[in-house]
Design a protein around this ligand. Structure first.
Ligand SMILES: [Fe+2]
Length: 345
């Protein structure tokens, strides 16, 4: 197992790099834009392939590295379903799993610091974002923060984990690196309250100044989506309404890039092939499944995914590999559902 805790001293942010083995797939949690080069260097040194970049919530104190990492590595960007960001590749909800090769994290919805705060549990450790910090808790006075919801997330979810579960937060300002559930229960001063009302009162009295970066970071972090317009301008995009008319046409191959769990949860466009996004590079290369499909049938390849992010990157990769008939459904399954496109389960 590869596990790295990386630090941005300007914002006091911890970023986590996880992988099951050298040479394998990696995921990164809460990357900071200024540190992207450092992450990429480490990923290269450890011979890893970054496949997912995840934010625990919409950050107010730094600009996320999600967009830059996606642009540099074509990785999938991931946030929770409650997030207000314009577009990420994949959205998760409570009970889902965040997976890469050899690693599976349970998704916990832990609102309170913000209404889009999620924690990720990996067996003996939990990544708590700003919901639960070491000897502290994330502030609840902006970004739809809610001390009541935070109490519930902490006391009824995070502190219900075994006492020896390690806590890895998104921030620390005093040099602490890790704690445990048992330690925080006993020594976190914010958690020594007798009731939810006492906690709400405590959080209401903090009177903290806004983060210095807030006015820059929040708007920047809201616009993390890939520019699908650029793909559309090249004529490589089809609107969901137009795509509905292409279902069942013999000269069109619909290709679903999503993961198995997304297909099960949200349904599938009738007649589509499943070719998961992480295998795309292999599939579009000469000899690859999609390359051969296009070459042997002459079919127009119509990629789709959840929000059009993965499929926009797939179109670019397919076009680069010489598959000039590749296009995608702009806005993905989200747009498809809004256009009342047919689905099978
Ligand atoms: Fe935060």
């Amino acid at each position: 197992m590869i596990f790295r805790q990386l630090f941005d001293s300007t914002s006091g942010t911890y970023t986590y790099l996880l992988a099951s083995r050298r040479g394998g797939e990696a995921l990164i949690i809460d990357p900071v834009i200024e540190k992207v080069e450092r992450y990429l260097q480490l990923i290269k040194e450890l011979d890893l392939k970054l496949v997912k970049a995840v934010d625990t919530h919409l950050h107010a104190d730094h600009i996320t590295g999600l967009g830059a990492l996606r642009d540099r590595t074509q990785c999938i960007t991931v946030m929770g379903e409650m997030s207000k960001v314009d577009v990420v590749s994949m959205r998760l909800s409570e009970g889902d799993k965040l997976t890469i090769e050899g690693v599976a994290l349970d998704v916990l919805y832990t609102p309170g610091h913000t209404d889009d705060s999620y924690s990720f549990l990996m067996r003996d450790r939990v990544f708590t974002g700003d919901t639960l910090l070491i000897r502290g808790t994330g502030r609840t006075d902006f970004q739809n923060g809610d001390a009541r919801a935070q109490y519930d997330s902490i006391f009824n979810k995070l502190l219900k984990l075994p006492d020896d579960t390690m806590i890895f937060p998104a921030h620390d300002y005093k040099g602490e690196t890790v704690s445990t559930v048992g330690e925080e229960k006993a020594f976190n001063p914010r958690l020594q309250v007798k009731s939810i009302d006492e906690y709400v009162e405590l959080m209401g009295k903090l009177n903290l100044p806004n983060p210095k970066m807030m006015d820059v970071a929040v708007p920047a972090n809201m616009r993390v989506g890939f520019a699908q317009e650029a793909i559309a301008q090249r004529g490589w995009a089809v609107t969901a309404a137009d795509a509905i008319r292409l279902v069942g046409q013999p000269n069109v191959a619909l290709i679903d890039l999503r993961e198995k769990t997304e297909r099960e949860k949200h349904g599938v466009i009738p007649g589509s092939l499943h070719a998961p996004y992480p295998d795309l590079a292999v599939n579009v290369r000469p000899g690859g499944m999609l390359h051969e499909l296009a070459a042997s049938t002459g079919k127009r390849m119509l990629f789709y995914c959840a929000f059009g992010e993965r499929s926009a990157m797939a179109v670019q990769a397919a076009q680069d590999a010489g598959l000039t008939a590749a296009c995608h459904i702009h806005g993905g399954m989200d747009a498809w559902k809004k256009a009342s496109g047919p689905l099978v389960r």
